[in-house]
Ligand binder design. Structure first.
Ligand code: MN
Length: 449
């Protein structure tokens, strides 16, 4: 069965894994390596000598570039935007049920009760103003208290003690809703944090599946075989049998702690809900299970583009593409701007004047859809910011082409996501001729300069 080590081997064979033999400190040095390879389109890193943590290795930047995500998806290393989006769509459609097995490598070491000590794990400190060490590549699995359906998602988790972590899972996020549902009944929500699996689980955790979809099924589609799952030791949750590390725990009802500051995905210290500091739920850790000689996984967020953005980018692109291709029989190109969350540009071959605003409304209603949407004609290169700016400068009139929408609200009254702005930068159909790019005839004959 494919696991994290197989994936690292695969990367090494393709020249996309570098073993770092020199000693590194968990404070900033691992993050600095991931920052550098994100900015230079470099290889993933396997740190083999961690100061103060003998026997541990830390893998970093495993999904930090487009080439690395292409390999993680089983695509050729040079896969483009379009084929990555297509691959996501195929996987969302084709779900494969996980398989329960008796045991697996993740049970090689079992630590329970008073022996639990999270400070023995090489958990990095990432950005300059961070309040402490955070788990960032931990895939959280919990069961919904009503339906028993598992949910898979990633949330930052600060280590606040030997057996205590904070978890930023709030509001209308699926795991946040589950924690609240359990609290209302007066008990904590059991949650397992899975670190170091084959790429399918991490990728599946980012696909924006609707509430009630168990993302382990999507992981099965990505890996092309059922995920093999084992039962946890101390909680009623199932986790991949070949994970490097699993941290089992239960939320402490109604206890909250401020977990920030933490360098977040917009490239500053502000969270998704727009706050620098906020109170988040706490978890009591009940067990740690792991492989022998475990490989910890570090993942960087912060200034775009790095791992977090790469993982979000095509997941959101796929959902947006699907939603848009439903509303009109038009050719749609979609690209996402900085942060992999906030900006998108859609090019259409417009047939009707209503289409741009339909597109804006559709994207605005997506869960965590982009904050800003610019709709352009298909003669604009959506990948070229100067071309898009030209369309904004020449094809948009602020008084009629800008739409501002308030934050969407769920049926239960929870606001989610953010307010949206849409801009129609397409030309009026009747005046198309006059909006085309000016051309000087005979340019190809100018051979004297
Ligand atoms: Mn979910």
């Amino acid at each position: 069965m494919k696991d994290f080590r197989d994936h690292l081997d695969q990367l090494e064979k393709q020249g996309k894994l570098l073993r770092v033999k020199r000693e590194v400190d968990i404070r900033f040095e691992i993050a600095a390596g991931i920052r550098k390879i994100s900015d230079t389109d470099g290889p993933a890193l396997l740190f083999e000598n961690i100061k103060g943590f003998p026997g541990w290795k830390v893998a970093g930047g495993v999904y930090a570039t487009q080439k690395l995500i292409a390999l993680a998806l089983g695509l050729p290393i040079e896969a483009d935007d379009k084929s990555i989006t297509k691959r996501y769509l195929e996987c969302i459609d084709k779900q494969v049920k996980p398989k329960l097995v008796d045991t697996g490598p993740v049970k090689e070491v079992i630590i329970k009760g008073a022996d639990v000590d999270l400070t023995k794990l090489p958990v990095p400190v990432y950005s300059e103003l961070d309040s402490g060490p955070f788990l960032t590549a931990g895939v959280e699995i919990g069961k919904h208290p009503d339906t028993g359906i598992q949910n898979v998602s990633i949330h930052r988790r600060k280590i606040v003690g030997k057996d205590r972590t904070a978890i930023l899972a709030k509001g209308a996020q699926h795991l946040g809703l589950m924690i609240t549902a359990a609290e209302k009944r007066g008990y904590g929500l059991p949650i397992a944090t899975v670190i170091g699996t084959d790429p399918s689980l991490v990728i599946a955790s980012q696909v924006n599946a609707p509430e009630g979809v168990d993302e382990t099924y999507i992981a099965g589609a990505i890996r092309g075989a059922p995920l093999e799952m084992v039962k946890c030791e101390t909680i009623d949750v199932e986790v991949p049998a070949n994970a490097e590390i699993v941290i089992e725990g239960v939320t402490i009802p109604n206890e909250r702690e401020v977990d920030g500051p933490f360098g977040e995905f917009p490239g500053n210290y502000i969270t998704m809900s727009g706050e620098p500091l906020s109170e988040v739920p706490l978890i009591k850790v009940t067990a740690i299970t792991m492989r022998k000689n475990p490989i910890f996984q570090a993942m960087l967020t912060g200034m775009p583009m790095t791992e977090n953005h790469i993982l979000r980018r095509w997941a959101l692109s796929a959902v947006a593409y699907r939603a848009l291709s439903k509303i009109a029989d038009i050719k749609v190109y979609l690209t996402l701007g900085e942060t992999g969350n906030y900006h998108s540009v859609v090019a259409i071959s417009k047939k009707d004047e209503a289409e741009p605003k339909n597109i804006i409304n559709t994207l605005a209603n997506l869960r965590y859809g982009p904050k800003h949407v610019v709709v352009v004609d298909d003669d604009i290169n959506v990948h070229d910011p100067v071309d898009v700016e030209w369309a904004l400068a020449t094809r948009m009139q602020a008084s009629k082409d800008v739409v501002i929408l308030s934050k969407p609200v769920t049926a239960a009254g929870d606001a989610f996501g953010w307010p949206k702005m849409g801009i129609d930068a397409t030309v009026p159909l009747k005046d198309k001729k006059w909006y085309q790019r000016t051309k000087v005839p005979g340019l190809e004959k100018v051979d004297y300069v």
